[in-house]
Ligand binder design. Structure first.
Ligand code: AMP
Length: 144
């Protein structure tokens, strides 16, 4: 089996992120792979029949995406990843991670076993979904 050529690191900016970063850095020392970063913003869903909520200002996701992009580019800077390889996308987390992996022809996706959605299961929802849908290998870094 050849060495990995392009790693996609999925970042949710939770406390686990640093561990994922360290694992990816170590991995790259062995295979000198390209690295891309992806962060997904889930759209705010408003149920119009549920009028307790005040209207969410238009452009909220875009604002969140702009902030996330700055964070991601900062992280990219640390990892020698150019801004063009720091992807912030709006959509469903698992779908967008998979789409990004396909479009960039990543041959390894790195995710945390758990992130913001708790540690009740052996694998969190994102890691599980990515494992099932990935077109390539997946490294689920164990988060205690
Ligand atoms: P979770 O599904 O919250 O247990 O998250 C598990 C892992 O999926 C995280 O450690 C990240 O690697 C990845 N992940 C979760 N949410 C996002 C997101 N919004 N954008 C990119 N990666 C994510």
């Amino acid at each position: 089996m050849g060495a990995y050529k392009h790693i996609l690191l999925a970042v949710d900016f939770s406390n686990a992120t640093e561990m994922l970063v360290q694992r990816t850095v170590t991995l790259r020392q062995f295979c000198a792979a390209e690295l891309s970063l992806v962060h997904v913003i889930e759209p705010v869903v408003i149920d119009p029949s549920y009028d307790v909520f005040p209207a969410v200002p238009l452009g909220l996701e875009q604002e969140a995406a702009d902030k996330a992009r700055k964070e991601l580019v900062r992280l990219g800077d640390r990892l020698a990843v150019v801004p063009e390889r720091c992807h912030v996308v709006i959509g469903s987390t698992k779908n967008e991670i998979l789409r990004c992996a396909r479009e960039r022809q990543a041959d390894l996706i790195v995710v945390g076993s758990h992130g913001r959605h708790g540690v009740a299961l052996l694998l969190g929802s994102t890691a599980n979904a990515v494992l099932h849908g990935a077109p390539c290998d997946v490294l689920a870094v164990r988060i205690q």
